[in-house]
Design a protein around this ligand. Sequence first.
Ligand code: NDP
Ligand code: GDR
Length: 344
Amino acid sequence: MKKALITGITGQDGSYLAELLLNKGYAVHGLVRRASAYNRTRIDHLRTDENLANGRLVLHYGELNDLTSFHRLLHKIEPNEIYHLAGQSHVGLSFEIPEVTCLENGMATLHLLEAMREMKTDVRLYLAGSSEIFGAPQAGPQTELTPLDPRNPYGAAKAFAFNLGKIYRESHGLYVANGILYNHESPHRGENFVTRKISMAAARWAGGQKAPLELGNLDGCRDWGYAAEYVEGMWRMLQAENGADFVLATGVLTTVREFARAAYAAIGVELEFAGAGPTEVGRCARTREIVVTVSPRFYRPVDATHLLGDATKAREVLGWSPQTAATDLAKLMVETDVARVGAH
Ligand code: NDP
Ligand code: GDR
């Protein structure tokens, strides 16, 4: 039985990846950190008696920056594949907490690469790289060959990790796959990311809690795909003969405004937007109620507008391609949240 170690197993991607690998017959080991509140809700459905008793799913306490325990864990598990997903994943927040962002997303990757180098095993490593390494390009789409130009601490830390992944692959012969993933969302997405913030607000509205939703830059646009499909791409990267860099993206840009429109359409509310910048509002076309407002509180010092990916290489080499459009994703997320809100 192949053994995989997932750092960040309690996060959005970790939870989908764990499910995928369990279905493929792997023994899945996950790094979880101590928290003051329960932080395993996304993987509760995988923690069955059968998975736990048979060693199919094993959770280990750890911390990215606790080097000795992390090292010990690697020796104990001896995984065939490592999916390194853990880290501070919020771009806007990285302006507020740059140091922890760089330690978790940058230095922790270096420590992991050094540990692999020292262990001299043939373990394969997936690194969770991001489109944010390209910064704020004037036009897309970007490929694996687009020059790096990060514009926020998060992107800078991811660029550092990406470069190190390449260096350890070329200089030390390690198997490292650098994923360059564009935004991918799901019902497991954290509520401080815009898509889930919108889907939860729409679900609450449908449930009668009609508070206006405060958003930041409505012109912000992203290449949004479905997380469950992106973790399949991660796995495929580690099945390739050699470690390489791969963009995973849909190749379609959607604005925050359009995503909100699709999300509220899923609950039967047609949104009409008027105004510009901080004075823009979105109203229900039928009742004229204010549904969306804009608050500069959620603006960023710099926000990318052309992060659009070209996943041709992933399609040709890995046979991977995205299936879900952003508007369908909005509907899927809202429907799941409506069921959740209704259940409470
Ligand atoms: P999440 O924020 O949902 O999950 C992050 C995970 O990392 C959680 O399990 C979290 O634990 C864990 N973690 C954070 N800091 C530490 C730490 N110091 N020690 C141990 N564990 C830690 O992110 P996603 O699942 O969305 O993303 C996974 C990775 O992919 C991240 O590295 C992200 O930057 C990257 N990425 C994501 C994209 C996306 O669109 N989702 C796109 C491109 C890259 P806890 O649950 O306890 O908080
Ligand atoms: P992003 O995702 O920064 O692209 O990072 P996020 O959902 O935070 O922002 C997307 C766009 O929405 C605009 N926006 C808002 N964003 C948030 N969070 N909250 C708001 O209220 C709001 N209003 C508008 C933003 O300005 C931006 O334009 C995600 C993360 O998963 C990273 O880890 C990953 O690397 C990148 O995607 C690719």
